[in-house]
Write a protein of this length. Structure first.
Length: 166
């Protein structure tokens, strides 16, 4: 992961956890600032959670999954995933973009759901970024105490910090 985010007003995040919200029974991907000061929970769908979990565990499937297929397509077109950016939180829905760079230097931005962007970033070993504005609105202060973190996550509701939208 790059030490300096490519976007001037973005902060590098790392995947901290993938947990199940005990109230909504929906998966929550928890992203955290690299300096460990705060985290960003995003409610996601079951399929995307499965794709993220398989990548986190290093499990490969005998046939390409959708995110594997997408990465293969990007690479076969001579592009690389430079980074993903979670850029907006609007009406409790997060929005993200894939930032692609061609071998010749041309760049392309593609709209994506944050869950798909994270799953793809993990496969491509690409940085995950969020804008300062998204973090200002949606991040929660983290703690080193794992039980306190679980308690905070249990209290969070999808309508508080954004939810998965089909």
């Amino acid at each position: 992961m790059a030490s300096q985010p490519p976007d001037q007003h973005a902060v590098a995040l790392k995947l901290r956890a993938l947990v199940m919200d005990p109230v909504s029974h929906m998966p929550v991907v928890v992203l955290q600032r690299e300096d460990q000061s705060a985290f960003l929970p995003i409610w996601i769908g079951l399929c995307e959670a499965n794709a993220i979990a398989l990548q986190m565990e290093g499990v490969s499937s005998p046939r390409p999954m959708t995110h594997d297929l997408l990465l293969s397509l990007i690479q076969s077109l001579d592009y690389s995933l430079e980074h993903v950016l979670i850029h907006t939180l609007q009406d409790n829905v997060f929005f993200a973009r894939l930032h692609l760079r061609a071998n010749g230097g041309r760049t392309v931005e593609v709209d994506a759901r944050p869950s798909d962007a994270v799953a793809l970033a993990l496969r491509a070993s690409a940085p995950i970024l969020a804008t300062d504005e998204v973090l200002r609105v949606a991040e929660t202060t983290a703690t080193d105490d794992e039980e306190t973190l679980r308690t905070i996550l249990r209290r969070l509701r999808p309508e508080d910090l954004g939810e998965y939208e089909m």
